[in-house]
Design a protein. Structure first.
Length: 436
């Protein structure tokens, strides 16, 4: 339902924007006046289909209270009825959650906003190109699909009387396979406006960061929450894009020529088959990562083209635990991938484009990432200046973990990266060079 202007003089006019600070809907005339009187306000454009217009009042049914609290479990603002210990009749949805006053989380949200702005900037730079690349792959797959169907139909015209049933089965199989593999995700509706959405929230974030005012804390926090939720949605779509790209495979129909057709004509009942030329996972030969699922996950994290390979440089069980042996085999080799299997079976590691040396100097580039297969997380190297280095103990990575005098013991420094810090025993270490 269209909103009407809040002004009594223009109450029959359609509203085109809403100001959270003033809590008013504005028509075109009122919006022009509002811009002059309140140049620092940032009204929502109602034509951009923004559903979460903040009024400061709880939106739960029968909750007419102001939003004075924050739920840490669900990352949302809530009112007194939401956190009530007396449940029922719509009350107490967050009674068992960790609750605090809004003022208590303002610094956390404000600090996180800066990281979110950086994430939005990165997404803004890359997302549009990734969507364009995806569109080309989809067009290529559709072209290959139609070409395959055309080839099948040309062959079956010569065998129509005996092969009608089999032809229908194969055409259906082609459609089913392509649809299952390539059309399981629908990016058109979400992807079309996604780059604009990223830029819009990036601009919004910068305005909030620049003009942060504690007197408008509820509005500021709500906007921060909106930005965080949109980043989660964008990252989900990015993950779907990566999964979609990994499914770029080719189908091939056989037989293809007249001699083959004649050979099969007598066995027409079982004539023809649809085979898939699927890329294997021999791009890495590892005793730590053994399943295709784990190898595919790591491949998506690396975000490399389908033709890359890896070369094993160092292996603990093969080359021994001496730090000097590590340097002999791995120094000054770029694009290295580290896999570590701890004695407690935790699997973690890192990837970077720069290599180690024995100079004792830190390499201060900012690229690569860490990962933990056990908790299924990839940790980007955002804002970490120390990338790789080597001290008297042994190699260290991102200043997050390092080997202590031997390749059989690793010291974990970051609790964000692992469940706990301290020295852990290592069962196996594999270091690869990634070859493009």
């Amino acid at each position: 339902m269209d909103k009407k202007c809040s002004s009594k003089e223009h109450q029959e006019s359609k509203a085109i924007s809403y100001c959270q600070i003033c809590r008013i809907y504005m028509c075109n005339k009122c919006e022009n006046i509002h811009k002059k009187l309140c140049p620092k306000h940032s009204p929502y454009n109602l034509h951009e289909n923004i559903n979460d217009i903040f009024t400061g009042i709880c939106k739960e049914e029968n909750h007419l209270n102001t939003l004075d609290y924050f739920c840490k479990n669900h990352n949302t603002l809530c009112c007194a009825a939401c956190i009530s210990k007396i449940k029922g009749n719509g009350n107490g949805q967050h009674a068992d959650c960790e609750i605090c006053f809004i003022e208590n989380i303002k610094d956390t949200k404000k600090n996180k906003l800066k990281n979110n702005i950086k994430l939005l900037e990165d997404l803004s730079d890359t997302l549009e190109q990734r969507l364009n690349d995806l569109k080309k792959i989809m067009e290529e797959n559709e072209k290959n699909k139609e070409q395959l169907k055309s080839n099948i139909q040309n062959i079956f015209t010569k065998l129509r009387s005996a092969l009608n049933d089999r032809e229908d089965e194969l055409l259906l199989e082609v459609d089913t396979n392509f649809d299952n593999i390539f059309n399981s995700k629908n990016f058109d509706k979400e992807g079309e406006n996604l780059p604009k959405k990223v830029k819009k929230f990036l601009e919004k974030g910068k305005i909030i960061d620049k003009e942060w005012k504690d007197e408008n804390i509820k509005i500021m926090i709500n906007d921060c929450i909106n930005i965080e939720k949109n980043i989660e949605n964008i990252n989900r779509i990015n993950k779907d894009i990566n999964e979609y790209n990994s499914k770029k495979i080719n189908f091939k129909f056989s037989p293809e020529n007249e001699n083959q057709i004649k050979e099969f004509i007598n066995s027409i009942k079982n004539f023809g088959n649809l085979s898939i030329n699927k890329e294997d996972d021999n791009w890495i030969i590892s005793d730590i990562l053994k399943t295709s699922e784990d190898k595919m996950k790591l491949k998506l994290w690396l975000n490399k083209n389908n033709d890359f390979k890896t070369k094993l440089l160092f292996k603990l069980s093969r080359d021994g635990e001496a730090i000097n042996k590590f340097h002999e085999l791995c120094d000054n080799i770029k694009d290295n991938l580290v896999l570590i299997k701890a004695a407690n079976k935790t699997i973690f590691g890192s990837y970077c484009t720069w290599g180690w040396n024995q100079s004792g100097k830190d390499i201060t580039v900012n690229d690569g990432f860490r990962f933990n297969f056990t908790n299924d997380k990839k940790y980007e190297n955002n804002n970490l200046q120390i990338h790789l280095g080597c001290n008297q103990h042994g190699p260290y990575i991102y200043s997050e973990f390092y080997f202590e005098n031997t390749m059989k013991k690793c010291y974990i420094k970051s609790r964000n990266f692992m469940e706990s810090t301290g020295t852990i025993d290592v069962e196996e270490v594999e270091i690869f060079q990634v070859l493009n």
